[in-house]
Design a protein around this ligand. Structure first.
Ligand code: FAD
Ligand code: UDP
Length: 367
């Protein structure tokens, strides 16, 4: 008899959902987490009364009512709606691409005028079937917006030319012919009052958690402790990179406490020219309508991931997806291990999708 039913590797959102469901099913779990805190990349900490998103801005949004009801058991969500602005060499545009953006770019007033302008630019570029991010972007919003708001930002974000990136990445953003700056097409949206860490803490409840513990550093010892493993770390690291290394993008966050009330007037400002070395500046207090006398900002510098860095974004191009499929075949052979989450499944998952998948997997596993 092993001491635990499940050993959960990683105290992020996937691990927290699984732990919550397992506890409800009467199972005994141990969570081990490499970092010295819970909540994975959605970790927030308090600085001068402001909840700081240590690993980048996180806005909860979903169209899935089941997921929305689920998270609302663990936190109260505020009414924050994400409406980033883009700064292109000092010119300010609204995001996502909507009538406010089109008006500022071209002076067009009606949706029809905007659609005609885009169609004209798409035709001039000669695109019929978009094959990559550049062609997809131009066919959705035209050349001017591509040049000013997409090309430089994407090159910085991914360290790759837009021609070498999959089209789906740009399809994450809505294109709207209404004057609506809501970044997401989601029925439900908000930020957990009091921060994400508190929410994840509530999900873990009484589950035992060991922080500062790397599963892969002593895998055999930990495997002996539980009947099954739920692994939410990078899938290639689990197999000691034996088939090669999957590519990730990493981010360096430069965070500053400023002695002023309001630095940029918005939670998220994207710097879309190529020359500005960071991709965006986050002003954390605005996620919760903060009125503190000070403010905290984070500049995000995107970088290619190297061993030892935090892997944030899977680079889901054909080459990496093909390698992932090979790792997935190996993962399927590991009978007592469930691979889950953004790193375990090498997928560009948002939080709501992570919860949806974790709930499905837990339901099948614990039935
Ligand atoms: P993680 O949060 O990465 O958790 C995995 C955990 O496993 C980590 O804590 C890690 O330390 C631990 N671990 C790894 N290896 C080991 C090991 N060997 N031993 C022990 N522990 C280990 N989603 C949204 O819905 N809205 C947003 O606005 C949004 N913004 C984002 C911004 C950025 C910059 C990034 C990177 C992501 C963003 N996301 C957003 C996505 C969101 O962060 C993820 O969907 C979610 O955090 C994934 O949860 P997870 O549990 O799969 O992974
Ligand atoms: N993007 C862009 N300009 C912007 C914002 C986004 O070109 O001002 C592109 C960029 O390629 C980015 C993708 O749209 O990777 C998806 O943006 P999103 O905000 O969803 O990225 P994330 O929140 O995951 O960093």
């Amino acid at each position: 008899m092993k001491k635990y039913d499940y050993l959960i590797v990683g105290a992020g959102l996937y691990g927290a959902v699984f732990a919550q469901e397992a506890a409800r099913a009467g199972k005994k779990c141990l969570v081990i987490e490499k970092r010295n805190h819970i909540a994975g990349n959605i970790y927030t900490y308090n600085c001068e009364g402001i909840n700081v998103h240590q690993y980048g801005a996180h806005i909860f949004h979903t169209n899935n009512k089941e997921v929305w009801d689920y998270v609302n058991q663990f936190a109260v969500f505020n009414r924050y709606t994400n409406s980033p602005v883009a700064n292109y060499n000092g010119e300010i545009y609204n995001l996502p691409f909507n009538m406010n953006t089109f008006n500022k770019m071209w002076g067009v007033i009606t949706p029809q005028e905007a659609a005609e302008k885009i169609e004209q630019q798409r035709k001039e570029a000669g695109i019929t079937e978009p094959q990559n991010l550049e062609e997809q972007a131009i066919s959705l919003v035209g050349t001017d917006i591509y040049e000013k708001l997409i090309k430089g930002y994407t090159a910085k974000q991914w360290g790759r030319d837009c021609k070498d990136l999959p089209a789906f990445i740009i399809k994450r953003l809505p294109v709207r012919f209404t004057y609506d700056n809501n970044y997401f097409n989601a029925l439900y949206q908000g930020i957990p009052v009091g921060g994400y860490t508190k929410m994840v803490e509530n999900m873990f409840g009484d589950t035992e958690i060991m922080l500062g513990t790397d599963y892969l550093a002593d895998k055999e010892k930990y495997d002996a402790m539980a009947d099954k493993i739920v692994y939410t770390g990078p899938v290639d690291a689990y197999f000691d990179y034996k088939l090669g290394t999957l590519q990730y993008r990493s981010v360096r966050f430069e965070t500053e406490l400023l002695d002023m009330e309001n630095y940029q007037g918005n939670a998220v400002v994207n710097y879309t020219d190529y020359e500005t070395p960071y991709t965006r500046i986050i002003e954390h207090k605005h996620f919760e309508f903060g009125t503190q006398p000070k403010t905290v900002i984070s500049r995000e510098y995107s970088a290619e991931w190297q061993q030892g860095d935090e892997p944030y974004y899977p680079v889901n191009n054909d080459q990496n997806n093909a390698l992932y499929e090979k790792y997935k075949a190996l993962a399927t052979e590991e009978e007592n291990v469930i691979f889950g989450g953004r790193l375990g499944e090498y997928k560009y998952y948002d939080m709501d999708k992570v919860i949806e998948v974790a709930l499905q997997v837990a339901a099948a596993e614990l039935k």
